[in-house]
Design a protein around this ligand. Structure first.
Ligand code: ADP
Length: 218
């Protein structure tokens, strides 16, 4: 599971890790945005709160996550979890969902708020596959996704107001999870500064170190 404030590079790094280890990337943000786009009952319920940067209810999120973690690809290969848990209540529910196994490792990507504000203002995403771009690293052709050909746009919740609300909720609700997982000896931290490649290398290094210790990893 990967922790980190908005703009820390969580989504980008989770996609890279899921390719590197050939495991599904389970992202609550991507799942919810897909539901909004498809206009499902879940999407209709979630849209306004997401656009404002509010957190959705723990029950709704944990039901969605439990269902996804029960699917055959995840059961066969494991997963990289992105965007959940975001509250201590969610972390407790996740531990129950996963029991008798547990998360192998939680990686916190550390970054200063000043840096994420700049990144978020420049961030652009593919509406179809969620691939991340920025004003300084756009897709090759006309804001068309390099990966899937989808349209690349600014996220509705990457407005100044929604960003500051999300960061406030991160500090209040999500940051306490760092100590929560540290106390359970599941946490490693990596600096989120430097190039995306540099951050990926740091993450793979801590994963490999943990695997060598043989904590039930396959
Ligand atoms: P970010 O980390 O940039 O805020 P995400 O893409 O992870 O964005 O999530 C987008 C939105 O989806 C959140 O602002 C929130 O409204 C909702 N969401 C995603 N995951 C959760 C969660 N675990 N608990 C509550 N709400 C969530």
């Amino acid at each position: 599971m990967v922790l980190g404030k908005q703009g820390a590079g969580k989504g980008t790094q989770c996609v890279r890790l899921s390719h590197h280890y050939v495991v599904p990337h389970v992202s609550t943000g991507d799942m919810l945005r897909a539901a909004v786009k498809q206009g499902t009952a879940l999407g209709l319920k979630a849209k306004d709160q997401m656009d404002r940067g509010e957190l959705l209810g723990d029950d709704l999120i944990m039901e969605m996550v439990a269902e996804r973690l029960g699917e055959s690809d995840v059961r066969a290969r494991g997963f990289v979890l992105d965007g959940c848990p975001r509250t201590v209540a969610q972390a407790e529910r996740l531990a129950d969902t996963l029991a008798p196994v547990d998360l192998d490792l939680v990686i916190d990507i550390e970054i200063h708020t000043g840096q994420v504000l700049r990144r978020l203002a420049a961030r652009r995403v593919c509406v179809d596959c969620g691939a991340n771009y920025s004003l300084s690293a756009p897709p090759l052709i006309n804001w068309t996704c390099d990966v899937c050909g989808g349209e690349v746009v600014q996220r509705k919740d990457d407005t100044e107001e929604a960003i500051s609300r999300r960061l406030e909720l991160y500090e209040r609700q999500t940051a306490p999870l760092i100590e929560w997982y540290r106390a359970r000896h599941q946490l490693e931290s990596v600096p989120g500064t430097g190039s995306p490649d540099a951050v990926t290398r740091r993450m793979v290094k801590v994963i490999e170190a943990k695997r060598r210790k043989g904590h039930g990893f396959v």
